[in-house]
Design a protein around this ligand. Sequence first.
Ligand SMILES: NC(=O)c1ccc[n+]([C@@H]2O[C@H](COP(=O)([O-])OP(=O)(O)OC[C@H]3O[C@@H](n4cnc5c(N)ncnc54)[C@H](O)[C@@H]3O)[C@@H](O)[C@H]2O)c1
Length: 275
Amino acid sequence: MSTPALFNVAGKVVVVTGATGTLTGSAADYLATQGARVVYLGRSQSKLDTALAKIRGAHPAAEVLGLVADVSDRAALERARDAIVAKWGRVDALLNGAGGNQPGAVITPDKTFSDLDFAAFEQVIDLNLHGTVLPSLVFTPALLASNSASVINYSSASVARAVTRVVGYSAAKAAVDNFTRWLAVEFGRRTKGTVRVNALVPGFFLGEQNRRLLTNEDGSLTSRGQSICAMTPFGRFGTPDELHGAIHYLVADASKFVTGTTLVVDGGFGVFSGV
Ligand SMILES: NC(=O)c1ccc[n+]([C@@H]2O[C@H](COP(=O)([O-])OP(=O)(O)OC[C@H]3O[C@@H](n4cnc5c(N)ncnc54)[C@H](O)[C@@H]3O)[C@@H](O)[C@H]2O)c1
């Protein structure tokens, strides 16, 4: 059965930053299996080689490209953009996936806000906020060359309601949400809808960054992991594939009139009072 046009992403040129991560890598691989031309941007050539070998092994027809680009490195992003435009002419979707936390910007139970490592706080703002703004800026000409483009920023469940400990990460992701709305209006007015901008709000998904916070060595839940599952009506963490549908929708023309929104994928965490 062929994919309905609304949801057809075949041939769309999709750029994923931080593409060798848990959620990002899963999204990049999924879109490649759907016929999108996927550009994996990452900091490590060897990790990119491994990711590309994996997807090509599983899907020999996958049209994928791996390019080294740190999201804080404007020149590297520009080189990547130019290589992509030379190969495929435009960018139809930009997934600003690179993001994460720093130990010093987390207030562990034995610490108080007064112990905050401000340099680590700044690094977290730098990666999550500046690391979303700069790729968006650099890829703008390539997005404008598309007749239907989508920017997808990665927000967090810690924006709408305070999540203990993660002070820097929450502030950075809140700013990403605001930037999402700002850029949606800017592109909306400028392109009359050709380029839309939305944010994905994943709830809690186990990845390399949060595994030690949420699970013990034997795989059982830490008390924080238990609290999160208790606050999630579905009673569990999400799995990376459970973001695919939302991402597919935002990349596809099915979301053609959707801009400036946040799409929450969290098993109900964000709406549950806990009672
Ligand atoms: N896992 C979750 O539960 C969760 C929840 C909400 C939001 N998010 C967000 O979703 C996005 C993807 O999360 P993930 O779980 O795949 O994280 P991840 O850590 O597995 O992947 C992030 C990737 O970004 C890369 N990266 C870090 N700094 C970079 C830089 N300067 N330049 C380029 N790449 C860089 C890392 O190497 C890594 O490959 C992140 O923005 C994260 O904050 C994750």
